[in-house]
Design a protein around this ligand. Structure first.
Ligand code: TTP
Ligand code: MG
Length: 386
């Protein structure tokens, strides 16, 4: 299913809250941060102050120098906190999948929730209207199939904007943008990339992955994926593990069944070990495959009974893989497994199933050996293929 993700960010948040308390501040250059004759930096600048070159983080004295007619205000966090809380509550009315990112921004996964509104844009307009009617604040919303593009889109349409990057148009949207628009690319990374002759996101996308890996390590792989419009991160509420996942990208695209099953076995072993470490059971097993042409699919099964037994998890994932790979297949470039619908330990019915009890003992014995002799001291049969 194609996802529909909103990134919602309030405009000039601290300034806008101050304006709800004092309408005289409307349409004027306003800076929240404090008295410019004292030390301190700009926290929020109104859009009228920005053409003077003023931005968050700038010393107040410099802001005063650039725009002496600006109105400087001391921050009052109690008001901002209250508005922020009400803002998040409004968002939660539209989808349960909400991830607050900071005091004035959040991701909202509205996949499936947009249908009653006619389209994702119509839903976004309703969200904006509610925020304005209830809080007298304007928000900018970016809509896309993944988080990183939604975030870039909301940033580009500020203030009081709405910008949708339609499914399939990700590259068209990203390619001409300057590197600095890509979240994660700071001044230093930008400079190094520029020295390599890279100025746009599109140019970064076409660099060989290996070059990025060598130059920037794991971070290089992440921003390379983002530049290619690939971002599988889910919208997840912070706190508490909502899912455990692990995936692997093959050095060479692969269609060998034994190899794929062995990789799956390794991944299942890894996630179920983590599951037991966290003292959790999982009810949902999700398989992810990315084909050689980057098409990505997920298939999932909800178990009758939540489990933490490696054998049960692998068996379920294997059935999913075999079912998915029945037709003539394209080569696979990535395989992943995710355990979700996690819950704490309860007395399980299958405690009375002696086979499952045996597997549970096996998991415990393996854990003891690995603790004593290291993680690679013991590998299970299937893993020898990889
Ligand atoms: P932002 O959303 O980054 O900024 P903003 O809402 O003022 O403006 P924009 O329209 O560009 O979104 O941050 C939200 C609030 O967080 C901001 O109003 C004040 C506070 N903040 C700081 O206190 N210090 C900072 O350096 C930044 C960036 C924000
Ligand atoms: Mg903001």
């Amino acid at each position: 299913m194609t996802r529909c993700i909103f990134h919602i960010d309030l405009d000039a948040f601290f300034v806008s809250v101050e304006r709800t308390l004092n309408p005289n501040l409307m349409k004027k250059p306003v800076i929240v941060g404090g008295d410019p004759s004292r030390h301190g930096v700009v926290a929020s600048a109104s859009y009228e102050a920005r053409p003077f070159g003023i931005h968050a983080g700038m010393p107040l004295s410099k802001a005063h120098h650039l725009c002496p007619q600006a109105i400087f205000i001391q921050a009052d966090f109690s008001h901002y906190r209250e508005s922020s809380q009400r803002f998040m509550e409004i968002l939660a009315d539209f989808s349960p999948h909400i991830e607050p990112l900071s005091i004035d921004e959040a991701y909202l996964d509205v996949s499936g929730y947009e249908e009653p509104f006619g389209s994702s844009q119509k839903l976004a307009l309703v969200v904006k209207k509610r925020i304005y009617e209830e809080l007298k604040l304007t928000a900018s919303i970016g809509i896309a199939t993944c988080k990183v593009i939604a975030k870039i889109a909301s940033d580009l349409c500020k203030p009081n904007g709405l910008l949708e990057v339609a499914p399939g148009e990700e590259h068209l949207f990203l390619n001409p943008l300057p590197l600095a628009k890509l979240p994660g690319v700071g001044k230093k990374t930008e400079q190094v990339l520029q020295e390599m002759g890279i100025a746009t996101i599109g140019q970064l996308a076409t660099l060989p992955l290996d070059t990025m890996k060598k130059r920037f390590g794991k971070f290089g792989t992440v921003i390379h994926s983002y530049a290619n419009g690939i971002d599988d991160r889910e919208v997840e509420a912070p706190g508490g593990t909502k899912s455990i996942s692990k995936q692997t990208t093959f050095a060479k695209d692969n269609s060998d069944r034994h190899y794929l099953e062995a990789s799956l076995h390794y991944l299942c072993d890894h996630v179920s070990t983590e599951l037991r470490y966290l003292d959790q059971h999982a009810k949902c097993v999700v398989l992810k495959l990315r084909y050689t042409d980057f098409k990505t699919i997920t298939r999932q099964v909800t178990l009758k009974e939540a489990t933490d037994v490696s054998h049960v998890i692998f068996d379920t994932a294997l059935q999913l893989l075999r079912k998915t790979l029945t037709q003539k297949e394209k080569a696979i470039r990535l395989i992943g497994i995710k355990l979700s619908s996690l819950s704490g330990k309860e007395k399980q019915l299958y405690m009375f199933d002696t086979r499952i009890e045996k597997w549970r003992h096996l998991d415990k014995a393996i854990a003891q050996i690995r603790r004593k002799y290291g993680a690679s001291s013991l590998r299970k049969g299937k893993d020898i293929f990889i």
